[in-house]
Design a protein around this ligand. Structure first.
Ligand SMILES: CC(=O)N[C@H]1[C@@H](OP(=O)(O)OP(=O)(O)OC[C@H]2O[C@@H](n3ccc(=O)[nH]c3=O)[C@H](O)[C@@H]2O)O[C@H](CO)[C@@H](O)[C@@H]1O
Ligand SMILES: C=C(OP(=O)(O)O)C(=O)O
Length: 430
């Protein structure tokens, strides 16, 4: 087991290449199940979630080859509706997309309840409501979801909560249903458009992805294609926050600036300078101290919940009081105790964190309890005086490709180290 070591206080400068979007990748890979010939997805991020999903495709009989350029070629011809009640499906949240994709292709699936970051309750009632509306019988037996349908028939489905996961999962099943499905109050995240683009290249008929009403006309067969994934707006956002905290001039390459408008607006409000080009963003700081701001996480195009945690770390260095409210995941504050351990002046009240700055952070031994908590601690570690040791690296590896190499490329002092036996015991017991 490894830990991440950061010696803080060094300015960041240079160019960083942004990888393909994790939250697209984890839906695009299951979507390949729906095709009847070879699908290639180019530019996938080199992260553990991608490798686990590749393995899951092989478990159900697919051929899935990930090459050195992170292109995944899937031959789904010999796939079978093998039950996946436990094992790797438990390692990530997005294994729930196997439900929609297998239901669409085989009209049946058995998938263990998904894992992923522990952000408090992560219900899937809206996914199930959608599958049932399409004609599936859905039961929960001993921690696995059983889905079965004689046939899938298009339906009008109104989502009671705007959910990225439910929107994509229903889309995956509906592309192979008979007739038209209309998803109302759909989520509008860029990852939904990316999945719809892949499905359309595979022969699906989808209109309105990226708006709150999506219309899908079911088709009988879907074929192979090539697809290039969108850049990761959350990884890009994390590097923009890092640049705002410690950057002189940091250029992000392979970005869609439009996907980051809420973050760009908030960083500018704090006094950070940002220039956007077609697929690049330049971030730099002036001489003045950063100003405090309030943020509230919202569905897209609002401020993303996935950037709330690293942004909170940045706010510890700004002058005045900031309030961060997470309306998507009210318990997404496990990073706060760790930030306090490093000297931050933050308290949690209900679904808000109240941050008083500027605080002088000091290196400490801290634990990443989930993926973006890990990103938050990396931001804090780079700002802090002295050495920060971050355990729980397996969470960070779920979502950030080559983090150490990318940070080193910007001039950070960061490295991975093996934990000693005592530390591993501590980890197990915490
Ligand atoms: C809207 C939002 O910011 N979604 C983010 C959320 O998506 P994730 O897919 O986890 O969450 P959803 O978008 O599906 O859910 C949004 C909200 O709806 C609730 N819900 C969801 C499904 C359901 O069946 N019932 C239900 O009540 C969730 O608890 C949550 O409060 O985390 C992902 C990974 O961190 C991000 O990629 C998404 O951008
Ligand atoms: C919480 C996240 O991932 P997951 O939903 O896959 O657990 C995330 O990407 O911030």
């Amino acid at each position: 087991m490894e830990k991440l070591m950061i010696e803080g206080g060094y300015p960041l400068e240079g160019t960083v290449q942004i990888s393909g979007a994790k939250n697209s990748a984890v839906a695009l890979i299951p979507a390949t199940i729906l095709a009847e010939s070879t699908v290639t997805i180019e530019g996938l991020p080199n992260i553990s979630d991608v490798r686990i999903l590749r393995d899951l495709l092989e478990e159900i009989g697919g051929e899935a080859y990930l090459d050195e350029n992170q292109s995944l070629t899937v031959n789904p011809e010999n796939m079978i509706p093998m039950p996946l009640p436990s094992g790797k499906v438990k390692k990530l949240r997005a294994s729930y997309y196997l439900m929609g994709a297998m239901l669409g292709r085989f009209k049946k699936a058995v998938i263990g309840l998904p894992g992923g970051c522990n952000l408090g309750p992560r219900p899937i009632d809206q996914h199930i409501k959608g599958f049932e509306a399409l004609g599936a019988k859905v039961t929960n037996e001993q921690g696995a979801i059983y889905l079965r349908a004689d046939e899938l028939v298009g339906a009008r489905i109104y989502l009671d909560v705007v959910s990225v996961g439910a929107t994509i999962n229903i889309m995956l099943a509906a592309v192979r249903a008979k007739g038209q499905t209309i998803i109302e109050n759909a989520a509008k995240e860029p990852e939904i458009i990316d999945v719809a683009t892949l499905l359309t290249s595979m022969g699906a008929r989808i209109k309105g992805a990226g708006t709150d009403v999506i219309r899908i006309d079911g088709v009988e067969k879907m074929h192979g294609c090539r697809h290039s994934i969108i850049p990761d707006r959350i990884e890009a956002g994390t590097y923009m926050i890092l640049a705002a905290s410690m950057g002189q001039q940091v250029l992000l390459d392979n970005v869609i600036p439009l996907h980051l408008e809420s973050l760009i607006a908030k960083l500018r409000e704090m006094g950070v300078f940002i220039e956007t080009k077609d697929d690049q963003v330049l971030v730099y700081r002036g001489k003045d101290p950063l100003k405090s701001v309030d943020i509230k996480t919202l569905v897209y195009p609002g401020f993303p919940t996935d950037l709330q945690q690293p942004f909170t770390s940045l706010l510890t260095s700004s002058e005045g009081t900031s309030i961060v409210t997470d309306t998507i995941y009210s318990a997404r504050f496990k990073h706060i105790d760790e930030l306090r351990r490093m000297g931050a002046n933050v308290k949690v009240e209900g679904r808000s964190a109240i941050i008083n700055g500027p605080a002088k952070l000091e290196g400490a031994k801290v634990k990443a309890s989930d993926l973006r908590a890990g990103a938050a601690l990396v931001v804090a570690g780079l700002m802090a005086e002295g050495v920060t040791e971050i355990s729980g690296l397996e969470h960070i590896d779920r979502g950030y490709e080559s983090l150490v190499e990318k940070l080193k490329g910007l001039g950070a002092k960061v490295w991975r180290e093996n934990m000693d036996v005592e530390e591993m015991e501590e980890m197990k017991n915490s």
